[in-house]
Every structure is written in structure tokens, then in C-alpha cells.
Design a protein around this ligand. Sequence first.
Ligand SMILES: [Zn+2]
Length: 264
Amino acid sequence: MYLSHMNYIEVQKSLEKNDGIIIPVGSLENHGLHMPLGTDSIIPDKIAQLINDRSDLLIAPAINYGATDDLSGFPGTVSIGVEGLIHLLKAVCGQLYGHGFRHFLILNGHGGNTAAIQSVGSYLYTKGAYLAILNWWLMAGQINPDWAGGHGGGEETAGIMAIDPALVKYEYLNLPEGIKNDLGDSLPYGAWTNICYKGVNVTVPRQISAITSNGYLVHSFKGDVPTRAKPEWGKEMLSAVADYIIDFSREFIKAKHPGARAKS
Ligand SMILES: [Zn+2]
């Protein structure tokens, strides 16, 4: 059930049955020329829709801006930063907590959001609530290792193809990542913002636009390329993730918190 479609009496009645709520959190960011900027929001929204069709779990309106400073060098990408996401998510969860919700399930579409969500989860725990981080793309790769993929790679491309093939720009599907050793050839590129020096990864935060020519990055996922994506794969994958989240949520909502640890 979508929280935005309910009235307050329905919310009260629902809370008497359970105190769980799913909050999709996305991002607006470059995913390469073949994919839309909203990839990390469009996919969680679709998973939430499947959950809504198949269960009576409560789903809050999505937060579709995230922490994506690394990609803000590409036009159209909008980052609210880790601090911005912490403030926003804390405010939303804080209000829901005030109404009695105690099990928060964050359906996350973007890796850069994880640090902020983790921080809010730690905060909620001290107030007597649990938060679960549901990183859909990592969950999909654990449900079926063939599905695992990187930023703008086969996994996300398959997801978007399944939702709306018109959102994929097929003429760019074959483009290489165009990785540059932007710190010089003696400090070769590793993964995301890592340098791989003498076989060891060292993170050097910087703009992804300095590293790749078009902004999709699958370097650390061997064999992952956007051209391997198929709509059937995406359909099966999003369905499996939605089913997993339904099962997980039902168990998670039953988990008893040991008690409030701090004053609010
Ligand atoms: Zn993404």
C-alpha cells in the first residue's frame, strides 16, 4: 500500500498490525550515454510497485535525490551530498517514528547513498527502531551471481530495459568506458575512485568525469558490459528482488528491538 494513497485512519489501523515501512531512496546521476539519469530511482520505484502489487506492505513516497558528488561533473546530475541525505532521511524517518513506525526498510538504488542511510540507521537504533538497507543491485547479484553488475552495466541496463525499453539509448550501448589513468600511468586506475598501485587499491576521491569519457563504470565487475543486458533478464531480476524483499520484510518486522537506548 502506498502511504500517499491512504488516509490517516487507515494508517492508524495499519500500525496496529505492524510498524514497518519501505522507503525507496534513489539518485539523479549520469549512468553513461545509453542510460537515463534517473536509473537509480526508476528501478527502486518499479521494485516498490511490484511489492505493492503483491503484498500489503506500506511504501512511503520515494526520496529521489541522493549523495552522488563523484558524478556531479556530468550535466544533469544533482547531488545533495551525504550530509543532505542524512538530514532529509532523518527528518522523514523522524516524523514516521513519531507516528509509531519502528521498522524502516530503505529500498536503495545507489551505492553512494549507503553511508548516509547507515548513519540514519544507527541513529534510529538508539531510539528503539530498526532500519534495514536493501541495496537492490547487490541483493540481485546474491540471488543470482550472473545478475551482478557495475554502474550502468548489464544489470542496471537490463532493469531499465524491462521497465521501459524506450529509456535505453541503444546506439550508445557499445561505447567503451573510456577509462583514463588521470593521476598518471604510474598510478593506474582501479575501481570507482580507487587507484590500483602495486595490486593494492587506494581510494582517491575525485570526479568520475575525470576518469571516464562517458561515465558508466563496470571495471571491477569482470565481463560486465551493457550489451549483455536483455529485457527478460531485467524482468526476472526485478521480480525476484521484489519477492525477496516481501519475504524479508515480513520477518524483519517481527524482530523485537531490545529497547530504546537513548532519550529522543
Ligand atoms: Zn545506478
